[in-house]
Design a protein around this ligand. Structure first.
Ligand SMILES: [Zn+2]
Length: 261
């Protein structure tokens, strides 16, 4: 069997994801992605049987780093990575394409400003093999959607989704910051009704949620086939819906339509 980067998904608040990332299921050394809540991270480590090597924060919104101050008190010496001085407790300010080896894994920081100006996605692979990696996309890329453009522009979100993230290998698994998949796929079906892959994934996502299961992870290939924001160049139907084929105008229009949907 292929040894793959191990990810455990933890739900916090109603639809926020926090992640534990390890080299393998049995590994002890772990990374935590996005500390949503104030909670005892010592207890979490004990319960999960992990030794925390570092915290990776995607962006400064409270529902992605609300636990950082508590973590800093629990573990004064464990580094907290982020791309924005507004991230509480951050002691490693990372830049685009900066790399680090943490918990026996290779972490590549990808700067994706738009939702917030300091947003970072983290692409993680196992340096001991060539198996697929995983990427934590915070509020930049959601399954079948993307975050709101609070501090950025359509060209920036286009670059984040359609240059930076689209360039990762197609089998890269995508772990977003929220469970928004069903609502996103309903919008995808609205702007691209003939896309059967969207219809199929919507049915699957609804059944997952109904059974109390998550819709993450997705993959880069899956997003290229179903995420309208990643199809502004490839889908004639979306271009027809938007009344033009300029990809940047398309991104802006899609975001406006989604905000009102
Ligand atoms: Zn956010």
């Amino acid at each position: 069997t292929r040894i793959m980067v191990f990810v455990k998904t933890l739900l916090r608040r109603s639809d926020n994801f926090m992640y534990i990332v390890k080299k393998s299921e049995l590994a002890k050394k772990a990374l935590l992605v996005d500390l949503v809540n104030e909670e005892s991270y010592g207890e979490l480590a004990e319960k999960e049987g992990i030794e925390i090597s570092a915290v990776l924060t995607t962006h400064h919104h409270y529902d992605h780093c609300g636990g950082n101050e508590q973590f800093r008190r629990d573990f004064p010496k464990i580094p907290i990575f982020g791309g924005d001085p507004r991230v509480p407790g951050m002691d490693n300010h990372v830049k685009h394409e900066q790399e680090a080896e943490l918990a026996d894994l290779k972490v590549v920081c990808l700067s994706t400003p738009c939702h917030t100006s300091g947003h970072i996605c983290y692409y993680i692979t196992d340096p001991s093999n060539t198996n697929h990696g995983v990427v934590f996309t915070g509020d930049t890329l959601f399954i079948a959607g993307c975050g709101r453009f609070f501090e950025g522009t359509a060209p920036e979100m286009d670059r984040a989704l359609n240059t930076i993230l689209a360039k990762l290998p197609d089998d890269t698994l995508i772990y977003p910051g929220h469970e928004y998949t069903v609502a996103n796929l309903k919008f995808a079906a609205h702007v691209e009704p003939a896309n059967l892959k969207v219809q199929e994934k919507l049915k699957w996502a609804e059944s997952q949620v109904a059974r109390g299961l998550f819709t993450a992870p997705s993959s880069v290939l899956d997003e290229k086939l179903t995420n309208p924001f990643m199809r502004v160049r490839s889908s004639e139907e979306i271009q027809k819906t938007l009344g033009g084929n300029d990809p940047i105008e398309g991104m802006a229009k899609l975001r406006e339509l989604k905000n009102k949907f």
